[in-house]
Design a protein around this ligand. Sequence first.
Ligand code: IPE
Ligand code: IPE
Ligand code: MG
Length: 247
Amino acid sequence: MKMDQPRPGGGDPEESRLHVAVIMDGNGRWAKNRGWPRLVGHRKGAERARELVEACPRLGIRYLTIYAFSTENWSRTTEEVLGLMSLFGRYIKREASRIKKEGVRMRFIGDRDPLDPKLQALFEWIETETAHNDRVHLTVAINYGGRDEIRRATQSVVRAVQAGTLDPDAITDRTLSAHMDTAGLPDPDLVVRTSGETRVSNYLLWQAAYAEYIFTPVLWPDFTPDIMAGFIETYRQRERRFGAAPA
Ligand code: IPE
Ligand code: IPE
Ligand code: MG
């Protein structure tokens, strides 16, 4: 990025356009360390997510995209899957008024079709209720997988070509971005993963092509806005070259 271009995370935090994506990992281990059921870790994790959303304006995070349930997480026990699904519904209902008051626009990415219709209805309700908010854009990935998203986007592109509304020769990166679940959102600048795992686990494969990554051993239920503030500082000190030679 050239020096005269504004950096996504620089200047007045309220003016920042920084997009941070988080792989909230380690809830199960956090609970296990205490001899508690995994779901207790997930409940704690949901509290940490709420605190982070609240802290976004002062951290300069305009877009926060959190990974809550992957397309691979169906392989967990029925008890854990159902527990997580009911946690998502409770979170939306409990947080709705706070989210609206704080100017948060909430969206969901991932394939909704296999989810309980009641949960799908809650997603649509809160998305509509907050559609005009612009202070913080909170996107929650549920039944999300990067490959699955690319597969669904491909189907949608092919359908447009078949319908004669899209010329294959006119397809650009932007066309594909517009067919992803994240259409309308900027690409993430920074991806943070907790719990010490150093993999992307199918998260934002298309969108994070040029993101910076930070991996931390902290388990998600121990994560705080202060830790995030330090990571944003680290991010700002990195030079993003986008393929250009060093300055
Ligand atoms: C992340 O914590 C939350 C979800 C994947 C839903 P984990 O449940 O993966 O916790 P660990 O990795 O087993 O500790
Ligand atoms: C990634 O964590 C998915 C979420 C945080 C929702 P996982 O715990 O499912 O990932 P793996 O299994 O360690 O790759
Ligand atoms: Mg995990």
